[in-house]
Design a binder for this molecule. Structure first.
Ligand code: AMP
Length: 406
């Protein structure tokens, strides 16, 4: 199948060509015709599958064909500002040859950015991409006219529910016209997502793009390793490999750990940066830009970047610890080998993370290959896939009790 097989306006084909997409990905093949056919869509697709273009192209197409009609035509709701910015950028790219505008609306910026967002909303910019909290903040002011809205898109719906945005989303919807086309994208389809879909979508076309599998082309491996040896292992894996591994993303679950890993690796003279929730929006953007531009080789991050963030050609992902939810593993390693390129994903498993690791293997439906530790590090813990799950953070050798995430 080719992009020209879709009934899209010429300006969009030019945009697709300029961006360099040669043929549609499976989600695009399935979603674009359904959306052009005016159907509601629920799609189970992880990031890296090309889901953004799958909804962005038909939406820009509609805006183009209705360029004389003023007003906001599509609202995309996304969980994080990073994702909102990225979606907005993709729209800008595809719409380069089309008179269609978009604006990202998210919190955390300066007063100027509030005013800019307000102007875009009041003026009726074609496509608004926003995070829930900030969208509501504008909507309750009463100056946003949503009467021309044709599309509501929920991107990373499962993430939004995990972040507690259900009420906010329903509130935003109360400002929208009843007659509209609804598109919902989610990496996973737990019952709570299905329940929400039932409330929002009408007779949707269901699309399922291999939920629980990681992208092809990712070489996955794991080390059983005690915490004290993890920095040495990182060093052994990446030192002197600036050419072979020009961009490495290291994930850790907590910002405390991210800061600590950053400090330790700085001592070893790696060129690196970090990203976590303590940073200002502008600081996060600067670090992400430097990483994308290859000015820094290593980015240490909490899960805020694991979903949705589109940094091209990451050569290696290191899970410094095992993520709490198996789906987060898929998101983390999905940062590499995007859209058919090759990549490496390595996971460090300590004695306390074995149960979590075995849940990931179950979700993948196959074991992850284990690598032997270098001799300088010695022996790691023995893998026990039947280890009991331990919830909580390890502190002073004890586990602090923590409520299990639902
Ligand atoms: P997404 O799943 O929307 O985050 O997209 C993942 C990555 O795949 C992004 O870098 C896109 O630019 C890229 N991509 C999306 N569709 C295609 C396509 N048809 N051909 C090549 N790359 C694509």
């Amino acid at each position: 199948m080719k992009f020209t097989d879709f009934n899209l306006v010429e300006a969009l084909h030019e945009g697709v060509e300029a961006i360099g997409f040669e043929k549609p990905t499976p989600i695009q093949e399935q979603a674009i015709p359904a959306i052009l056919d005016e159907k509601d869509v629920i799609a189970c697709a992880q990031t890296g599958t090309g889901k953004t273009a799958a909804y962005v192209l038909p939406v820009i197409n509609f805006a183009y064909n209705n360029v004389d009609k003023k007003g906001i035509k599509a609202l995309v709701i996304a969980p994080t500002r990073e994702l909102a910015i990225q979606i907005d950028k993709q729209i800008e790219g595809f719409a380069y040859f089309a008179p269609v505008g978009s604006k990202a609306v998210f919190g955390g910026g300066s007063g100027d950015s509030w005013d800019e967002q307000k102007n875009a909303l009041v003026k009726g910019t074609d496509i608004i991409v926003g995070t829930p909290g900030r969208l509501i903040a504008h909507l309750i002011m009463g100056y946003v006219d949503m009467s021309a809205l044709r599309y509501l898109i929920l991107d990373e719906a499962d993430r939004m529910l995990d972040m507690g945005f259900y009420e906010d989303i329903m509130k935003i919807i109360s400002y929208l016209p009843e007659q509209r086309q609804n598109l919902m994208f989610s990496a996973t389809m737990p019952p709570k997502i299905r329940d929400m879909a039932k409330k929002i979508l009408k007779d949707p076309v269901e699309i399922n793009i291999s939920v629980s599998k990681t992208a092809k082309g990712i070489l996955q491996g794991a080390y059983m390793v005690y915490d004290d040896y993890k920095i040495a292992l990182v060093k052994g894996l990446i030192a002197g490999k600036e050419e072979k591994l020009p961009s490495i993303l290291i994930f850790s679950s907590t910002k405390v750990n991210v800061k600590r890993i950053e400090q330790e690796l700085k001592k070893l003279n790696f060129s690196l940066g970090s990203i976590h929730s303590d940073l200002e929006q502008s600081e996060r953007e600067t670090v992400l830009r430097k990483f994308s531009n290859r000015q820094i080789q290593v980015l240490v991050a909490t899960d805020i970047v694991s979903r949705g963030i589109d940094i091209e050609n990451i050569s290696m992902v290191i899970n410094y610890d095992v993520p709490q939810d198996p789906e987060d593993y898929i998101h983390r390693v999905g940062r590499t080998a995007r859209a058919e390129s090759k990549g490496i994903a390595i996971t460090f498993v300590n004695d306390a993370d074995m149960a979590k690791f075995s849940r990931i293997e179950k979700l993948l439906g196959e074991p992850i290959k284990q690598a032997r530790l270098p001799e300088s590090i010695g022996k790691g813990p023995e893998y026990n896939p039947n280890a009991k799950e331990k919830f909580g953070n390890r502190k002073n050798g004890k586990f602090k009790k923590k409520v299990k995430k639902s």
